[in-house]
Design a protein around this ligand. Structure first.
Ligand code: ATP
Ligand code: MG
Length: 392
């Protein structure tokens, strides 16, 4: 096995889990049980060791079991090279944490992200096509953060700079002098990070696009007929005229200096509009990924089933690109309650694509893991986990 495999997870005072020690197998692992027992919580603990945060919109302190001072998660995993461990301890209060990789303290969380890679697929991702652009930006951020430490660092810097610049724009009507004096510094730094992020995102969308096309046509020709072709295109806020003038230019999304200059131009020549809005109007926080099907916006024209297939294809593509960029190591797939959302054809397709991969999934019904092979069944009851392997 050359893929990344989560072998074992130890959890203490994380969400409703007082103490749990769970061993996973290389294939399919199913966390099953009634609602509100801790299925998603364990998946969240695994994800936490990959991204250093939850996939649910929560404050960090809410991850710590009510009434406790700290939570602790230790993930023992292996990849094609070696066995490793990641330990994350989270303290109440101001969200202080201590991270250790293979027993050595890690200074910043961003230094650890990427060591253990995952692809999460949860019901929210079924809205990747129809939902707002923030969902698609988050898709890019989660994937790229795990592949490129420099991307994550740029993204973190960008978020901080954006907050500062927006605060400055809001105060500008009352305090123009401070705005004029400090804005050039914020804009220059913001343009620099934006250019770096744009280059990564443009390349990633091109890579994903190839896989989405392949997955989608595979699903469609087998089950639904037709020869419709999806196309994912990166949509930065560089201005349509500027982009049109450079159409077909192979250096459009590789020339960092030119991108930086363009972002800076946008950030320094349209202050009236930005002050009116009280917010930065150009930059990677406004990016989107355009998703077309046969040349038309999939959001408007694709059927519900096609939209689900596209979302599923995007999630699988995330895995394939991650493996490609990591010397062939496939990440661990985490499926939260998602199989019940898919019809039999898409489930069938997903099951075949997951053969030979590690999957950790949740469902109420143990029959959900009908993957046609050995399944590590883990029953979840009030934050306790009981295992038994079975042949389905
Ligand atoms: P479903 O099938 O409905 O998705 P689930 O088994 O996935 O259920 P989880 O989301 O894992 O459920 O767990 C939810 C439970 O965890 C809830 O009962 C919630 O009150 C509890 N919980 C969440 N955060 C904490 C916390 N910080 N401390 C203690 N319990 C918590
Ligand atoms: Mg759940």
């Amino acid at each position: 096995m050359i893929d990344t495999v989560c072998q074992h997870i130890d959890v203490e005072n994380f969400r409703n889990i007082t103490a749990a020690s769970v061993t996973f197998t290389e294939g399919v692992n199913l966390l099953h049980g009634d609602n509100a027992q801790g299925k998603t919580n364990l998946l969240e603990a695994v994800y936490f060791t990959a991204l250093g945060k939850s996939f649910r919109p929560v404050k960090e302190a809410e991850l710590i079991r009510f009434g406790e001072e700290s939570a602790h998660v230790v993930n023992r995993f292996s990849d094609s090279v070696r066995a490793q461990s990641l330990s994350v301890r989270l303290f109440a209060g101001r969200g202080r944490r201590v991270v250790e990789q293979n027993g050595m303290k890690v200074g910043k969380m961003s230094d650890m992200v990427g060591a253990f890679r995952v692809v999460l697929f949860c019901p929210e991702h079924l809205s990747l096509i129809q939902g707002g652009p923030e969902l698609r930006r988050s898709y890019l951020n989660v994937a790229l953060s795990q592949l490129r430490p420099l991307y994550l660092q740029s993204l973190q810097r960008y978020s901080k700079l954006l907050k500062e610049r927006n605060a400055l724009l809001k105060r500008a009507p009352e305090d123009m002098a401070t705005f004029k004096a400090t804005e050039p510094m914020w804009s220059a730094q913001l343009a620099h990070e934006a250019a770096i992020i744009t280059i990564h995102r443009a390349r990633y969308v091109r890579q994903v696009n190839d896989h989405v096309k392949a997955c989608f046509s595979d699903m469609m020709t087998k089950y639904e007929g037709g020869d419709e072709l999806p196309e994912l295109t990166y949509q930065p806020t560089l201005g349509s005229d500027w982009l049109r003038e450079r159409e077909g230019d192979p250096s459009l999304f590789t020339d960092e200096r030119r991108l930086e200059e363009r972002y800076l131009e946008l950030l320094t020549t349209r202050h009236d509009r930005e002050i009116g809005a009280g917010a930065t109007l150009w930059g990677i926080h406004k990016d989107d990924v355009r998703i077309h099907l046969n040349g038309r916006p999939a959001r408007l024209y694709a059927s519900q089933g096609q939209q689900r297939s596209l979302a599923l294809a995007m999630k699988l593509a995330e895995g394939w690109v991650s493996a490609y960029e990591s010397g062939g190591d496939m990440p661990v797939f985490l499926f939260d309650d998602v199989l019940s959302e898919l019809d039999v054809h898409r489930r069938d397709y997903l099951v075949r694509q997951m053969r030979g991969r590690q999957v950790i999934m949740t469902a109420c019904d143990p029959a959900a893991a009908d993957f046609g092979g050995a399944v590590n069944l883990i029953h979840v009851d009030g934050g306790r986990y009981t295992q038994k392997e079975r042949e389905v």
